[in-house]
Write a protein that binds this ligand. Sequence first.
Ligand code: EPU
Length: 337
Amino acid sequence: MIREFEEHPLRGLNSFHADEKARRLVVFDAAEDLDHIFAPESGLGKFYVLGGGNNILFTGYFDGALLKPDIRGIHVLAEDDEAVTVEAGAAVEWDDLVAWSVERGLWGAENLSLIPGTVGAAPVQNIGAYGAEAKDVITRVHLFDTERREHGVLTAEECRFAYRDSIFKHELRGRAVITSVEFRFGKRPAPDLGYGDLQRETEARGGASLRNIREAVCAIRRGKLPDTAVLGNAGSFFKNPVVGRAEAERLAARYEGMPVYPAPDPECRKLAAGWLIDRAGMKGYRKGRAGVHDRQALVLVNFGGATGEEIMELAREVQLRVCDAFGVAIEPEVNIL
Ligand code: EPU
């Protein structure tokens, strides 16, 4: 079924609570609906696919159609001694899928607990946390190719996943509508507690069971990240920057305790944008109705009533300050519309 709304307010459809409007909102609950929505005679024009609205900043009126998948359900496709393969609809809440897997004793998504957003959005930026990424459990992505007007499936390899990146941010940007995603969850215990406080928090709960890991991740996230229901935000606003190895070494020698992580390219290193913003003196900084979160500098927040443009102004100021202080450019992770 397709439901259409004109001049639709977006405040409740984005976690930043930006108070903008879209010319049209089109909600659909089956992949086949896309054949009608994109039929040549429909004259759809400019469109954007909206998931949970957790990784987006609307900076003004959206003069086009926002497409919102409402495809739900988690179905087991196959099972063997090692693993279970499931397909989840694009509109399933990501954390509902994680809870579903943990309740059934299935491994692979527990470190990704409590990440806000939908299943359909997860492959786009290859969501990640605590050493895990969605690509570790995704096997196939079902989509509608809006240029060819046909349904298709991509394997995980074809999705070209990387840190907060995939084909959906490049060749298929503005072209693919993800309708469902297939995952493979393992049956054998495979705890991955290497990141930050996770080991300690898990042990404090009695050891590395699926439930304990999930609870530990949830507790760490709740401690650092603002609740979007209370304070508008989109999680990490910036990506952790990747710089050349020599540049990272120069900075690390100058700034004691600066986190430096490996990057896929051995000649590069990843830095912690949150640390850079913090040390640039911007943590807790407030600019009108927008600000830098006081417990995690990577997160920009809307204290209430801030427009998308006000948040962008703050973001630009943060970028400038980090660049002045360290000579490092940080880029938004959030999609700016
Ligand atoms: N740090 C500071 N000050 C801050 C924030 C961080 O000094 O205000 C330092 C921390 O002490 C740590 C380092 O920076 O040494 C990294 O911080 P943290 O472990 O909190 O992780 P992050 O790099 O800031 C990334 C993801 C998060 C994810 C965490 C945990 C990105 C852009 N962000 O943040 O993802 O939850 O790791 O894995 O990669 C999101 O994408 O929305 C998100 C929240």
